[in-house]
Design a protein around this ligand. Sequence first.
Ligand SMILES: [Zn+2]
Length: 178
Amino acid sequence: MEPYIVEPKSRMELRLLASQFRHCLHLDHALYFPVVQLLDILSELFPDFSYEIAPDGEFPSEVHADIDIRTSHIRIRESVYDGACGGNGRDRMTIAHEIAHYFMLCVCGFHLERNFSQKKVPAYSDPEWQAKCFAGELMVAAHLCCNKSPYEIAELCGVSDKAAKFQYKAFRKGADAV
Ligand SMILES: [Zn+2]
C-alpha cells in the first residue's frame, strides 16, 4: 500500500503545469531540457532549496536519489550526477523526478497526507506516479515532441529509449489516461 496520498492530478493537468514551469524558466523551446543546470537555478530562485552530490555508498542499492520535502533538500548519487552531466537519459530523468517532487510539493504546495487508512491509492493520487508523470512531461515537452518518433525523442530530449517510448504512447492516449 502506498504510504502517502496527494491531491489528485491528471496527466493533462501535470502536462500544463510542466509547460508553465518551462515557460517561467524561459525554456519553452528547449528540446534538450537542462535538468542538471536546473539544480543550480532552483538554488538561486528558492532560498529554501538545496541539493548535494553524495557518495554512492551512502544510498541503499535501489535508491539513486532522494528528497526530504520538509527541508527541500535533494541528495543525488555521485555516479547518477556524473551520468546526467554526461547526457545519460536515465540519470537525467532521476534528477527530474526529484525536482518534480520538490516543485509539486514544496513550491506548488500539493496537499499531501499519510495513507493511515491503508486504502488503495489511485495512480493520479500517488506522489510517485505524479513525480514520474511530471518528470516525463517536463523532459519531453508535448508541444515540441507530439509528432516525433520514440527514436527522435530519445535523441533530441536526452531521455532513455524506455522513457521516450512511454512518452510517445502517452501523447497518443486520451486526455484522461494515466
Ligand atoms: Zn519519487
